[in-house]
Design a protein around this ligand. Structure first.
Ligand code: SAH
Length: 224
């Protein structure tokens, strides 16, 4: 899979992709991430990417010209399955959205800043708008990094144990059961006996029961 991220702050995206699972996914060639600096497509002698808002009011708006030039250049090189704009008024990022996007070959992600992007960018170029929750951040970079993490970890081969993404919360509409590691006894606080039994079918049954119990307690809405 190839992911192209368009941003005015490429530095903000360096660290999230330079460690652990996301870095190894790139090293293994399972994902190719390209961070594109929108300023390289800026117009005029000041090389600005934003301008004042028509109609007045506080805050700058990212202009259509550099964004159009950048998106058109990328689209001339390959076909994109989705051109995504990170936006608080978009579709909420949920596991099923990540599952779906993880099956694609090429996706492009546009990060907004300031008051957001000129509405015509959304009308003309964007195929999908995604929000990471009902709150407003200062830029789309952290939301984009979050979206990428949720997608990349689902690509077969990225996690060392491929089944592990399938047993995480929200797959099958269940929260994950509790997990434990050594020591089996921490100052009298013990790991449930069943997990030490070596009886795999019974362990699986226990895990399923705990997953249902936890979902009923914390997120009964998922079971509907
Ligand atoms: N004026 C806009 C917010 C702009 S915030 C509004 O009220 O809706 C600046 C940028 O940060 C946005 O363009 C978007 O790319 C990003 N952003 C902020 N909050 C976000 C969220 N919850 N989900 C996804 N992107 C977000």
């Amino acid at each position: 899979m190839r992911i192209d991220i368009i941003t005015v702050l490429p530095q903000l995206l360096e660290s999230p992709f330079s460690h652990s699972i996301l870095m190894r996914a790139q090293q293994k060639g399972l994902v190719e991430l390209n961070i594109i600096n929108l300023r390289d497509y800026a117009v005029g002698k000041h090389k600005s990417v934003d301008d004042m808002c028509y109609g007045g009011g506080a805050g700058m708006v990212m202009g259509i010209e550099p964004i159009a030039a950048c998106i058109e250049k990328l689209k001339s090189e390959r076909t994109y399955d989705e051109v995504i704009y990170m936006s608080p008024d978009g579709e909420l990022l949920q596991q099923r959205v990540a599952n779906h996007l993880s099956t694609f070959k090429n996706i492009m992600i546009l990060c907004g800043h300031y008051k957001g992007v000129d509405e015509r960018v959304r009308e003309l170029f964007i195929t999908r708008e995604i929000s990471i929750g009902d709150y407003v951040l200062s830029g789309g970079e952290l939301p984009a990094a979050l979206l990428c993490d949720s997608i990349i970890r689902l690509i077969p081969g990225v996690l060392s144990d491929e089944t592990s993404a399938l047993t995480d919360s929200f797959q099958d509409n269940l929260l994950a059961p509790p997990v434990y590691t050594r020591p089996a006894n921490f100052k009298g606080s013990k790991v449930p006996d069943i997990l030490l039994s070596g009886n795999t079918p019974e362990v699986e049954k226990w895990r399923h029961e705990k997953a249902v119990e936890r979902t009923l307690q914390r997120r009964p809405d998922l079971l509907k």
